[in-house]
Every structure is written in structure tokens, then in C-alpha cells.
Design a protein around this ligand. Structure first.
Ligand SMILES: [Mg+2]
Length: 198
């Protein structure tokens, strides 16, 4: 399998939903708790969940809208080990998050709540409002690697000379030949975390 080695911690960008935040856990939990609908993670085989689940598009939109506007109030959790690994990376370099979400403020509040204050203080967040165009931002920031779960985005990044890293989920597994990790512990192995205290 293709993999990267020795990624400099200051050269990598992270997508937000389904990479830093466990968006589909929250989606499944809210679907069950508030609508009585069972959604298993393996059933989410398309990025457009309304295409693979037997759930009305209105309910899908309602749940995602809650997670967009009020992630903390709806208990959106970080992906397993995301906070510890990002804390380690932040000791070496600032963190960069670029999301397709239109509203920056709810994500910013979530980051401030989830991360220790010194880690949050070292993070920058860009809310694109669009799935396309992430590559231009990454280039503008002079960064090289981008962890994302959406394949169309990874293709766009690769075409622009950015090195995509696919965060594996049922909707992207086996559908690409990009380097891929399936957990934050996997990401950590690829990043060169030198002793930053010296
Ligand atoms: Mg995502």
C-alpha cells in the first residue's frame, strides 16, 4: 500500500467532519434517539447518505443541520485518539483545519471546547462553504498534505499537486489508490514528531 513517511507536522492539513469529528457517530445517534431510525456505520456506503440509507432526505438534512449549527449541543465527539494525536502534533507545529462547512463559528467553538487551551491557541480554521477549492487554500498556505474522507476532494487535491491522505470510511474504502489511514494512530505513525520541547 502507498504510504508517506516522515511528514513534517507543520505541512499537514486536516478536514473536519469524519476526520477530526466523528460526524457519522453523531448522525447515527441522533437518528436513533430523535427519529427512531437505526443507522449502522457500515450502511453509510455513500458520502451522500440519503442515497444509501432508507431515511427521508428531510430528516437527513435536519440532522446534519443540527450538527452544522450546534455541534456541541448535539454532542458531536472527536474521532478516537484525535485529541491526543493533534495535541502531540501541536507541540511541534500549528494545526490547520479546512472544512467545507459554511459556518466557521460553530466549528471554532467546538475546537475551543474539545482541545486544551494551548492546543486550540495554536490552531487555525478555514470554513470554505464549498467542497471545491480546498486545494487553492492549501497551496496558498504553503502546505503539502491533506487528510480528508471525501474522494472527490482528494482527487482535486492530487491534481493540484497536494498529497491527499484518505481517512478510511465505508464510503471511500477500496475506491481509490491514494495513501490511506483508518485511525488517528495510523496518522501519527506517518508524522515525524521530533522532540519539540528543545
Ligand atoms: Mg469530511
Amino acid at each position: 500500500m502507498v504510504r508517506y513517511k516522515e511528514i513534517h507536522p507543520g505541512s499537514i492539513v486536516f478536514d473536519f467532519d469524519c476526520v477530526v469529528a466523528d460526524t457519522m457517530e453523531a448522525f447515527s445517534r441522533l437518528a436513533m434517539a430523535d427519529y427512531g431510525i437505526l443507522v449502522r456505520s457500515e450502511d453509510i456506503t455513500s458520502f451522500a447518505v440519503e442515497q444509501c440509507l432508507d431515511v427521508s432526505p428531510r430528516i437527513v438534512e435536519e440532522i446534519f443541520s443540527r450538527l452544522l449549527l450546534a455541534p456541541l449541543e448535539n454532542n458531536l465527539k472527536p474521532m478516537p485518539h484525535a485529541v491526543t494525536v493533534l495535541t502531540d502534533i501541536a507541540a511541534c507545529a500549528p494545526l490547520t483545519f479546512i472544512t467545507a462547512r459554511p459556518d466557521r463559528e460553530p466549528v471554532d467553538r467546538w475546537l475551543a471546547h474539545i482541545f486544551p487551551a494551548d492546543v486550540y491557541a495554536k490552531s487555525r480554521l478555514v470554513a470554505m462553504g464549498n467542497h471545491d477549492g480546498k486545494a487553492a487554500y492549501v497551496r496558498e498556505l504553503g502546505l503539502q498534505y491533506f487528510v480528508d474522507d471525501r474522494l472527490e476532494t482528494c482527487v482535486e487535491l492530487a491534481e493540484a499537486g497536494i498529497s491527499p491522505i484518505v481517512f478510511a470510511h465505508p464510503w471511500n474504502r477500496g475506491r481509490h489508490s491514494f495513501p490511506s489511514i483508518d485511525s488517528w494512530l495510523g496518522i501519527k505513525q506517518w508524522i515525524h514528531l521530533y522532540d519539540c520541547s528543545t
